[in-house]
Design a protein around this ligand. Structure first.
Ligand code: SAH
Length: 277
């Protein structure tokens, strides 16, 4: 059976102090994309406040911690950001090791900055552990090199929905070689229309990358002028990136041989009594 090298057991991670908060990125889904800091935090934490996007496989690594979901999904129930901040502060003041676990990177469309500011204002020590953001991990897993030489010298990562839940004005990004929209699936048509109006070719490549890096990953290709109809065929509840630009065409060349299986976990061994340990 393949195994991770023994050297991992010799790594000495920094202390996760009682009464501190770690704001940690869990990556886009594949547990193999966790950082070593994230893995350490999961094994040490007393309590984990996590987003809905964090996969059950990753949460299973926090065997000794109390799990508190505070996530919000588009249109679903949400925990108000101020309440999350207060809860982080309250738990740290109880002397717990508090892990705030977010999908991707905590500071990329993750409001980790607001939480860090609240902790700093409250005098709570904290650490920020970056994670592989969806735009990085998801496009790699989809076989889309964001800045392929000769095709792209710039990338813009932007949100595809604004505070009112509508499509934001994205015309000022139209000149970037590659665009990656987070949270844009519901507004794919409006975003594409704006980009065409701002001068991009209607046949510019578009990729919808859903559940990136997970075993359920799916990639659907289209163009700016078909974006609305392609988006309508996709599940609005799956986390999805929209990638726009000529680099999208490379996917078909890479796909036949690109391996994308995520790290999976074996079931827990059964005890003699038949119960899980
Ligand atoms: N902090 C996260 C982003 C949170 S915003 C990060 O750095 O990745 C949530 C949006 O991220 C989703 O609507 C989707 O657009 C994108 N996203 C997150 N995980 C994803 C995944 N596994 N596949 C595709 N898109 C993903």
């Amino acid at each position: 059976m393949p195994s991770l090298p023994h050297v991992v057991s010799r790594l000495r991670p920094p202390d996760f102090d009682a009464g501190s908060v770690w704001l940690v990125g869990a990556g886009p889904g594949d547990p193999g994309l966790l950082t070593l800091h994230a893995l350490h935090a999961l094994s040490e934490a007393d309590v984990v406040l996590h987003d809905a996007l964090v996969s059950p496989e990753i949460l299973a690594l926090a065997a000794g911690a109390r799990l508190q979901p505070v996530g919000k999904r588009a249109g679903g129930a949400r925990t108000h950001q101020l309440r999350i901040n207060q809860r982080l502060i309250g738990l740290a003041r109880q002397g717990l090791r508090v892990l705030r676990l977010k999908g991707g990177d905590p500071l990329v469309f993750g409001r980790g900055g607001e939480e860090a500011l609240a902790l700093a204002a409250a005098g709570i020590p904290f650490r920020i552990v970056p994670g592989v953001s969806a735009a990085i991990g998801g496009t790699a897993s989809a076989g889309i090199p964001l800045t392929h030489r000769m095709l792209a010298r710039s990338v813009v990562c932007a949100t595809g929905h604004d505070l009112r839940g509508e499509a934001p004005d994205v015309t000022r990004f139209a000149g970037a070689d590659t665009l990656v929209f987070y949270m844009g699936l519901r507004h794919a048509g409006a975003l594409a229309e704006q980009l065409i109006e701002a001068g991009r070719a209607p046949d510019d490549g578009v990729a919808f990358v859903a559940n990136a890096t997970m075993s359920s990953q799916s990639v659907t290709l289209g163009t700016l002028d078909t974006a609305a109809s392609v988006a309508a065929t996709l599940s609005p509840d799956d986390p999805t990136l929209i990638v726009v630009g000529p680099v999208v065409a490379l996917r078909d060349m890479l796909r036949p041989l690109q391996q994308t299986a995520p790290l999976t976990m074996l079931p827990e061994p059964m005890t003699a009594a038949g119960a899980r340990r």
